[in-house]
Design a protein around this ligand. Structure first.
Ligand SMILES: [Zn+2]
Length: 261
């Protein structure tokens, strides 16, 4: 065995520590907020609500407002499900969410729907149009949220939209005194199960497995459609009938401006 004396390694250069230590400074941007047990909540909008809000914004030449039902998902995101136009007097500069308008809506829901009371209790979204103005909230909009805070809901969503194609949601977490400004949003959609039986019949009529006469095909497959693997790990992966369809708002504008404008 040949032994060679290893040359002693040169000690790594260490960053010189100033002596004495430097005085402390802020590490990064001060006052950042994170949610402890989940990502920042996302707002999903049903296709129905999206379409209704689009048409209301398009029809109205002045500020107009509506209320909507909101469901909180098991991951702490929000789904705006239905929106309801309120009886109101509008001006070009502001919209007021009158207690009379709200009371009339609640009364109408209870009188016309078997789930009216439940729907009324889930009205946690206030949306309104700023016509062609910016979607930044006005002083009046912030005053309105102060009033809604007294309703006792732990959270509430405000939406401000305009004819320029901007839709902005702010989520107010009154319990913790925090609001998410301009929350990320996308369209919420679910698989339409009503077409399933028709498609299964059509599938069985039109689709068959090719048979090779010279070989024996061994297969456990007995024909007919098999339910697709739910492969989605998104928000509602636990619900096999539902999926999230995320529409990139910028793509939607590029593709649909000509057809809706
Ligand atoms: Zn406003």
């Amino acid at each position: 065995m040949k032994l060679t004396a290893k040359r002693p390694r040169q000690a790594k250069k260490t960053k010189s520590v100033p002596k004495p230590a430097l005085p402390f400074v802020q590490q990064r941007t001060p006052g950042r907020i994170e949610f402890i047990d989940r990502p920042v909540p996302h707002v999903y909008v049903s296709r129905d609500a999206y379409s209704r809000m689009y048409h209301l914004v398009d029809i109205a030449h002045e500020e107009v407002g509506w209320l909507g039902t909101v469901k909180m998902t098991r991951l702490g995101n929000f789904v705006i499900e239905e929106v309801f136009l309120l009886e109101q007097e509008v001006t070009s500069a502001q919209t007021e969410l009158s207690t009379e308008g709200q009371a009339k809506l609640v009364q109408h829901l209870i009188e016309t729907r078997s789930d009216g009371m439940d729907v009324a209790n889930r009205l946690r979204f206030w949306g309104h149009s700023h016509v062609n103005m910016s979607t930044d909230p006005s002083y009046q909009d912030n005053r309105q949220m102060d009033e809604l805070r007294d309703s006792g809901c732990p959270w509430f969503i405000r939406g401000i939209l305009n004819k320029q194609g901007v839709m902005r949601f702010d989520i107010f977490f009154w319990d913790s005194g925090v609001k998410v400004i301009d929350a990320a949003w996308s369209i919420w959609d679910q698989i339409d199960d009503s077409m399933r039986a028709e498609l299964e019949t059509e599938f069985n009529d039109k689709v068959s497995r090719k048979v090779y006469p010279t070989h024996t095909v061994v297969s456990s497959w007995k024909g007919g459609p098999q339910p697709a693997h739910p492969g989605y790990t998104g928000e509602i992966s636990g619900n096999r009938t539902g999926r999230i369809v995320v529409l990139d708002p910028t793509m939607m504008h590029a593709g649909e401006t000509s057809s809706v404008g």
